[in-house]
Design a protein around this ligand. Structure first.
Ligand SMILES: Cc1ncc(C[n+]2csc(CCOP(=O)(O)OP(=O)(O)O)c2C)c(N)n1
Ligand SMILES: [Mg+2]
Length: 900
């Protein structure tokens, strides 16, 4: 087929102006163009077209030209390469995979109706996956390393089905799809946490796959440009759903991918035109819309719409009546046509226009019925993948038109309810077998028996040979990387450990330590500092010059501040990832670096520093996915706390991130008060990640409040990294402490001041503890408690860190800059009563002092809480409380701060 005489394509919404009012005149214009192409070549023709467009604009024409092409395959038949594989075997294999994937889901649901699972998604994606598996996706033994493949999550059964044929998974495992607890089961979706040798990338939450795939591709370039790894032959493939493309995350990385010319990246959008509830764009055409979107973003777009059996038809469609009809059909209509048989299609599509009807007059209903969409045609898909891989300078998207539930017939094919179909009756199973000519007996069907071609069979040999040629099985997750030395805290953080009252903020301390790490001989090049347009806020502008900002094109301009100490220096081998205002993008970069130990066998230490409010709250689901994929890295929640950020107000002041962090099982959350604490925690974190190689990540809050920093004695380091250390006792000296005061982060200083007031104003002795992590304290205490409950015999003889440091019944007051739920994490494990103070509610702008008073976490409120606890147990007169309120001028408003 040649690409002449393309009628104006229907856009996302077909309109009446697509009808050609004067075909004769149209033909003359097009013939003229043909003549130019024939005599002067493509370049001249392109020039003329551009000139014509420019001229047209003078008449006010063409301004609203849409960036999409006709509703046909991008790759013309005469550009289609010969197929290098054995289509017959591949189709037989694909049919078997379809069956096993289906049987897996139906079996699980016959046995346990509650388990769920999906059939229709893989049924639509099978050829898309198989084209990759048989011809493109390179395995770990391939020269230059494995490709990175993001699988559409609801198609996981198809990936398991293939691993079964390859002998990587056994029948037992398939039989335990979605039943992970009794034995060797299979996880619902791709989850590296649950199947660490198998899945690499979690994609189950729609949108995160496409976004993180972009940043993995980008990070491969970063590693190469910095000379750390040769990633030139590795390719990133992301198979995503057309419905999934509606997620903001799915599209937010597109322009970056084009800008940085990531031709190592291919998206394959499985355009089955449906999502869960119904059509993705019933009244329009999702493929045309996506073409416009990707073209606009700067991608190379390849549409695979029609299978090979359409070729002859379209070839004979000289007047484009058929193409016109296809262009004018909305997706809702395509879905209905897809669900019906040949007779219906003839009646409701081909017969609508006599010219179209003439084109298919020679075809039987069965032949019409057999016309396939391009995404189910191996020849067409192969051509598209090959073109994507060969394309240079741009990422490519393949828009593959498929049918949801392909082959499921009445049980799901193109049906509104396809996504949810999990059970097939005998009739549907028989139809499925016959449709794909599967070698299954009625008994096999009834038993939903998995089918595996015998060892030595043509299918088995072919399957293995293809994977062997491509470098081994996929997906496969590896996790062997060398350890990296982390400088001892005394070597690099004397400024914080022996601060001797010098003023600084914890942010400043963290950034200074980061700078020292960057200069460390082995570790230095592996540190990846990441910011989302806030480097200046955190005092990191010095890094621009020191390590440079990563920019694949280098720096094409003289920076305005050239010559300054803090010059904005961009460089091809720059080390700092300056992501701009995209927290989702920045955390995706962090994930790429934090999984480098596994993806590239090269351990990196990503340190992403951000406005703490725009971390867990903003991109919590990406952080959850990071936990799933065993990311190893450091997150610095800066300008943290509800009252520490002063003037920034409601949307910036963060009172909850440590609680959210505590809910991610492999996240260690820290809230240091002092520079020394921050240095010890960060060194501990780096050691856990790089030396002990723990599959965890660390979230550390840091604040921008400058205050005198005490020196930190060596003796407390061990306690500190368990979450709690004794800061000091506050007389009267002869008395034992009547009350324990716990403070963390910015509020510890208020707590220390409160201890002095208790001593001086009320002659109450207290002890002050710095809590660096309520969640780490609770984690350990929870484990000890559980062991005591569940272990036979004596239970756990261990004493938790909390019990060791806070024995006895003296009441405890805990105050932080966060919601009360944070200190309350430890309440259950304390023998004593605990009173918590926190910053529940919306933030607002004012000075730190005013905010702390408003939220009732300042020194006076800590004193009042201590006196209340003592009054409750009878060791202080209740009248003292009243006296104290008067003395400190504390006037309670009628509304508590969390309602105000
Ligand atoms: C963030 C998120 N929201 C909702 C879902 C639930 N969900 C799973 S699949 C699906 C429909 C997917 O449609 P599409 O992307 O078109 O894929 P298809 O199954 O059609 O190939 C939905 C809504 C999810 N997994 N993640
Ligand atoms: Mg879909």
């Amino acid at each position: 087929m040649t690409h002449d005489r393309i009628p104006e394509a229907a856009g996302p919404r077909p309109t009446a102006d697509t009808v050609d009012a004067d075909p004769q005149e149209t033909r003359e214009w097009l013939d003229a163009l043909d003549a130019v192409v024939a005599s002067a070549g493509n370049e001249r023709a392109t020039w003329l077209l551009r000139e014509l467009a420019r001229h047209a604009r003078r008449h006010g024409l063409g301004r609203s030209e849409q960036p999409y092409s006709a509703y046909r395959n991008t790759i013309a038949l005469d550009q289609q390469p010969p197929y290098p594989g054995d289509v017959a075997i591949e189709e037989r294999l694909t049919a078997i995979l379809r069956w096993n994937a289906l049987a897996m889901v139906v079996r699980a649901n016959h046995a346990h109706g509650e388990l769920g699972g999906h059939i229709a998604s893989y049924a639509s994606a099978a050829e898309i996956f198989e084209t990759g598996f048989n011809h493109f996706f390179r395995g770990p033994e391939a020269p230059g390393g494995a490709d990175l493949v993001y699988f559409q999550p609801h198609s996981a059964p198809g990936v398991y089905a293939r691993a079964f044929l390859e002998g990587r998974l056994g029948e037992e495992q398939l039989a335990h799809y979605r039943q992970e607890l009794a034995g060797p089961g299979l996880s619902s979706y791709p989850h590296p946490w649950l199947m660490p040798e198998f899945w690499q990338f979690p994609t189950g939450s729609m949108g995160l796959g496409p976004l993180t795939a972009v940043y993995q591709a980008r990070f491969m370039r970063y590693l190469a440009h910095r000379g750390l790894a040769d990633t030139g032959r590795r390719h990133v493939w992301a198979v995503v759903g057309d419905g999934e493309m509606d997620e903001p995350e799915s599209i937010s990385g597109l322009t970056l991918a084009a800008r940085e010319q990531l031709d190592n990246l291919t998206f394959v959008v499985n355009c089955n035109l449906q999502r869960l509830d119904g059509p993705v764009r019933g009244n329009g055409q999702i493929i045309q819309e996506l073409e416009a979107l990707f073209t606009g973003a700067g991608w190379n777009v390849i549409k695979v719409l029609w299978g090979s059996d359409w070729d002859a038809l379209l070839e004979r469609d000289h007047d484009h009546v058929l193409l016109q009809a296809l262009s004018n059909t909305v997706d809702g209509e395509y879905q209905t046509l897809g669900a019906k048989d040949g007779a219906y299609n003839i009646e409701h599509f081909f017969r609508r226009n006599p010219a179209v009807q003439r084109l298919v007059a020679h075809m039987s209903e069965a032949e019409i019925n057999a016309l396939k969409r391009g995404g189910h045609d191996l020849h067409k898909l192969y051509a598209a993948y090959a073109a994507a891989l060969a394309h240079k300078g741009q990422p490519t998207v393949i828009l593959a038109k498929t049918k949801k539930g392909f082959g499921m017939g009445g049980a799901g094919e193109s049906r509104m309810t396809a996504h949810q179909a999990k059970k097939l009756d005998h009739g549907a199973l028989t139809a499925f077998r016959d449709r794909f000519a599967l070698p299954l007996t009625d008994d096999d069907l009834a038993a939903l028996r998995f089918h595996k071609p015998a060892e030595g069979s043509e299918e088995a040999r072919y399957l293995r040979a293809r994977r062997a040629a491509l470098g081994g099985a996929l997906p496969q997750r590896r996790h062997a990387a060398e350890t990296l030395p982390v400088p001892r805290v005394h070597e690099v953080a004397a400024f914080a450990l022996q601060a001797e009252g010098k003023e600084m903020s914890t942010t400043m301390a963290a950034v200074r330590l980061l700078s020292a790490w960057l200069k460390a001989p082995v570790l230095g090049p592996r540190v990846v500092p990441i910011v989302a347009d806030e480097a200046r806020t955190f005092g990191m502008a010095g890094l621009f010059r020191q390590i440079g900002i990563y920019a694949p094109q280098g720096q094409l301009y003289e920076p305005e501040d050239a010559g300054s100490m803090l010059v904005y220096r961009e460089a091809r081998d720059g080390q700092l990832l300056e992501e701009g205002i995209t927290e989702a993008g920045a955390i995706s970069s962090w994930i790429a670096a934090a999984t480098s130990y596994s993806v590239h066998g090269l351990a990196m230490l990503p340190v992403y520093i951000f406005y703490s409010m725009f971390g867990f709250q903003r991109v919590g689901d990406l952080i959850w996915a990071a936990g799933d994929q065993r990311a190893r890295g450091i997150l610095l929640g800066a300008t943290a706390g509800r009252t520490t950020l002063g003037g920034e107000g409601l949307q910036h002041q963060d009172g909850s991130s440590p609680v959210m962090a505590s809910m991610v099982p492999n996240c260690r959350a820290w809230d240091p008060a002092f520079a020394g604490e921050a240095a010890v925690i960060l060194t501990h974190a780096a050691r856990r990640l790089l030396v002990e190689q723990c599959d965890e990540f660390h979230y550390v809050t840091v604040g921008n409040e400058n205050y005198p920093q005490p020196s930190l004695p060596d003796a407390v380091h061990d306690d500190l990294i368990r979450g709690l250390y004794r800061f000091g006792g506050y007389g009267p000296a002869e008395r034992p402490a009547a009350v324990r005061l716990l403070g963390s982060g910015a509020i510890l200083r208020e707590v220390i001041a409160a201890a002095e007031l208790l001593r001086d104003d009320w002659q109450v002795a207290s002890e002050v503890f710095s809590v660096t992590s309520f969640s780490e304290l609770a984690r350990e205490a929870r484990e000890v408690s559980r062991n005591r409950r569940l272990q036979a015999g004596e239970g756990d003889p261990r004493i938790s860190h909390l019990e060791r440091l806070l024995p006895g019944r003296a009441p405890v007051v805990a105050a932080t800059d966060y919601v009360r739920a944070w200190p309350q994490l430890i309440a259950e494990y304390l023998p004593a009563r605990i009173v918590t103070l926190g910053t529940d509610g919306f933030g607002r702008s004012d000075t730190r002092a005013e905010l702390r008073r408003f939220f009732e976490v300042d020194r006076h409120h800590v004193v009042l809480a201590a006196l209340q606890a003592l009054a409750d147990e009878g060791s202080v007169e209740r009248g003292v409380l009243h006296e104290a309120r008067t003395r400190y001028g504390v006037l309670a408003s009628d509304r508590p701060p969390w309602e105000a």
